[in-house]
Write a protein that binds this ligand. Structure first.
Ligand code: 5BU
Length: 450
């Protein structure tokens, strides 16, 4: 038996891989589940593993070792002890006080750091970790991974110029376990089928608007989904214009093609009660909702005032509003039962809405009964509808940080429900024609993503 096989069998007995039916974080049902954390319970296996990983990197030159938290932390520690190369510790999140650093330990700008990761799937979390480590001034060139689930992660990193070495691929693991009678043929076939289908297509099927109508029972969700199916549109036009006249003209031009008109009502220079009356008239005639992108971000009491009072009296006319969830769940009570679209992730370059923020924001959004949708640049749980701004057929952003995706991409990759398009429509010479075009592309992209 080869040393690698011996290691794998011992690790298997420790419980690092289980077979059966498991629902992963993403909602995918997987016939196996891998968790390398139990390895820390066997000093002997951890030492063997650390030596294997160091051997893989024999040719590389690096001055520091860093494990991606948490599973790879003990691995990196043992590698550091065995090699004499210093360890640095990466935090999962910034502790918010003191040095506010994401990396702990002694290092200097430009030093080369070897990253250690337990399992790589799509590569998304490694890409984030690399960015965080590089932001602290270190250079990442070499990455060593214990197990590659063969779902595109390695290719993604290689394309970006990183050297990635892996100890095992999932297929190798399956072969070894089969060879030593830890798996039978039927199980192997099932796993292979899963792995093959997983590479070619996303495992989770997105829900259609009809299906969402059955589960997203909030009144505003029901309204927008019904308009979508009636009009065959998932387009929200962002009307970022500065006068009542421009606003109403735009609403009239694009009205037939959209499910909602998104406003920043405070940028209208000549705003008055008539602005709203005219807007409501077009909205009723052309059957679309009014969506005020106010992005509330205060304590509940202030939000309530901003929502109901002042010159805009948003609560009196907006079918839905956007709100940050930064002030916590209770602050959202300010909006009664109205349609709240929670901002969980922003489209702009350098946004602070990293994966930790997004997961916490989604928790708040899901717990709040008046939140029926989220604004994000990635998939959200099916209890929420997903609105995605930063959509344009031209994918180059602007010079103030906006970043764009195409409609195809957001429907396919994020399972977006509604796209928000601003300048792609209103800044064009012919907004009606553009709205029609985005409506068509948006609808086709939605159908293709089903
Ligand atoms: P654009 O012209 O398509 O770039 O306009 C996008 C609109 O969406 C604009 O009104 C923004 O305020 C809004 N937006 C966004 O672009 N990105 C975000 O993350 C959020 C809102 Br939240």
């Amino acid at each position: 038996m080869q040393p690698k096989e011996d290691f794998l069998l011992k690790a298997f007995h420790l419980g690092i891989i289980k077979f059966g039916t498991f629902t992963l974080k993403s909602g995918i049902e997987s016939p196996f589940y891998v968790d390398l954390r139990p390895l820390a319970s066997s000093p002997e296996l951890l030492k063997t593993l650390a030596n294997f990983l160091l051997e893989l990197e024999e040719e590389s030159s690096y001055e520091l070792i860093c494990g991606v938290p948490y599973a790879a932390l003990p691995m990196a520690t043992v590698m550091s002890i065995a090699s004499g190369i210093p360890l640095i510790i990466k935090r999962k999140e910034n502790k918010g006080y003191g040095t506010k650093r994401m990396l702990e330990g002694v290092f200097s700008d430009g030093q080369k750091c070897l990253l250690v990761e337990d399992v790589i799937t799509s590569g998304k979390s490694l890409v984030e970790t690399i960015a965080e480590v590089e932001r602290e001034g270190l250079k990442v060139q070499d990455i060593v991974v214990v197990l590659d689930r063969e779902q595109g992660g390695i290719e993604k990193l290689k394309k970006q110029g990183y050297h990635v070495r892996t100890l095992f691929t999932i297929n190798e693991v399956i072969n070894i376990l089969f060879k030593y009678n830890k798996l039978d043929k039927r199980e192997v076939t099932k796993i292979r089928e899963f792995l093959n289908s997983d590479i070619s297509a996303p495992k989770i099927k997105r829900l259609s608007y009809e299906e969402k109508l059955k589960i997203n029972t909030h009144e505003t969700a029901q309204k927008i989904l019904s308009i979508a199916t009636e009009k065959k549109s998932n387009l929200i036009c962002s009307a970022d214009v500065n006068t009542t006249k421009e606003l109403i003209e735009l609403a009239e031009k694009v009205g037939n093609h959209i499910v909602a008109l998104k406003t920043h009502i405070d940028i209208i220079t000549d705003f008055n009660d008539d602005t709203i009356k005219q807007l409501q008239k077009v909205a009723q005639e052309k059957n679309f909702l009014l969506f005020e992108d106010r992005k509330f971000a205060d304590i509940g009491n202030t939000q309530e005032n901003q929502y109901k009072k002042g010159i805009y009296k948003i609560s009196s006319w907006a079918d839905m509003i956007t709100s940050h969830v930064i002030a916590g769940e209770t602050s959202l009570k300010a909006f009664d039962s109205s349609g709240v679209v929670a901002i969980v992730e922003m489209s702009s370059k350098g946004t602070l809405t990293d994966s930790y923020y997004v997961s916490k924001a989604l928790e708040v959004a899901e717990k709040s009964p008046n939140v029926f949708a989220a604004v994000a640049q990635s998939s959200v749980p099916k209890s929420l509808l997903l609105f995605t701004p930063g959509v344009n057929l031209v994918t180059e952003g602007d010079n103030k940080g906006q970043q764009y995706n195409t409609p195809e991409r957001v429907f396919h990759e994020y399972h977006t429900d509604f796209i928000i398009v601003g300048r792609g429509i209103y800044a064009d010479e012919n907004p009606k024609e553009q709205a029609e075009k985005y409506q068509k592309i948006g609808w086709e992209s939605y159908l293709n993503s089903l």
